[in-house]
Design a protein around this ligand. Structure first.
Ligand code: PAF
Length: 285
């Protein structure tokens, strides 16, 4: 496995793989790899011929009061995990490579970037779309793999590659959960045992909302109301939002035929967590 911080080395390796007729897969990450990332890598290894994992804790997607400084960093362990899986290349650039001095270019998907997560984390998605554009230019993948856990992120990136005519397919892979339902996240490492128990309410409430809608027990509006009520009453959990939206546009859910998504963001202690479930109401094609 090639592990490099050098753009030139990365490009030479990808060029060689492409010249040999290989399809390039890319798994962008911020490191602190967990089973969710490993499942993205396995999908990439199954579906493409040469897999590049990128590891870069991107400063521009963190707000001034967010956890950039304490975000877990464990490059040696991450490289071992990638090597163990059979990843071909890990690109782990430094900040100067990704943001040259006087860097002045940003990429922003308007509209979608300013609702929900974007409303609570202003500028976050601009940081994501800017860095992912740079990573895409560096790696030039045929397919890029993202987790459903960051539901709004993958929608925005789909829109970005479409709007900017990037010849890259976005593959969204299912959220990986602990057996008790907690969605895997590098930020789970911040949770105490008590906080982890509190956090479990998020996935439980989402699963209940999905079941209530899919069985016809509650309308979308009723299920959303109950989701908010349940999560607002959990001691130690501070709800940012709990909504049920159209899964393609994130607009408020209207037709019963729409594929829906329930999305929650909440703080438990000092840790901000997000989760979501796809919901197919009765009558969905
Ligand atoms: O999902 C993430 O880990 C990050 O937002 C990404 C896509 C690697 C961009 O920094």
């Amino acid at each position: 496995m090639l592990a490099t911080a050098s753009l030139d080395e990365l490009r030479a390796a990808v060029r060689e793989a492409r010249a040999a007729g290989k399809r390039i897969g890319c798994v962008p990450t911020m490191g602190a790899l967990h089973a969710g990332h490993l499942s993205l890598m396995r999908s990439a290894l199954n579906e493409t011929d040469y897999v590049v994992v990128t590891i870069f804790v991107n400063p521009t997607q963190f707000g001034p009061n967010e956890d950039f400084d304490r975000y877990p960093r464990q490059l040696d362990k991450d490289l071992e995990l990638c090597r163990g899986l059979g990843v071909h290349c890990v690109f782990h650039p430094d900040v100067q490579t990704m943001y040259p001095p006087d860097d002045a270019t940003i990429v922003e998907v308007q509209g979608l970037s300013t609702i929900l997560e974007g409303e609570h984390r202003p500028g976050h998605f601009r940081g994501v779309t800017t860095v992912v554009t740079k990573l895409f230019h560096a790696v030039q993948p045929d397919v890029a793999f993202f987790g459903q856990k960051d539901f709004q992120q993958q929608l925005i990136l789909r829109r970005m590659v479409r709007d900017l005519l990037m010849p890259i397919r976005i593959r969204t892979c299912p959220t990986v959960r602990d057996p008790d339902g907690l969605a895997l996240s590098s930020r789970n490492a911040y949770l105490t045992a008590d906080e982890r128990r509190t956090a479990l309410n998020i996935s439980r409430a989402l699963f209940r909302a999905r079941e209530a809608i899919e069985s016809g027990e509650l309308s979308v509006a009723e299920a959303e109301k109950r989701l908010v009520q349940v999560l607002s009453s959990v001691p130690g959990l501070k709800l940012d939002y709990a909504v049920i939206r159209n899964a393609e546009t994130l607009d408020p859910a209207e037709n019963t035929g729409d594929q829906l998504v329930g999305l929650v963001a909440a703080r438990v202690g000092t840790t901000r967590l997000i989760d979501n479930v796809l919901i197919s109401p009765p009558g969905t094609a």
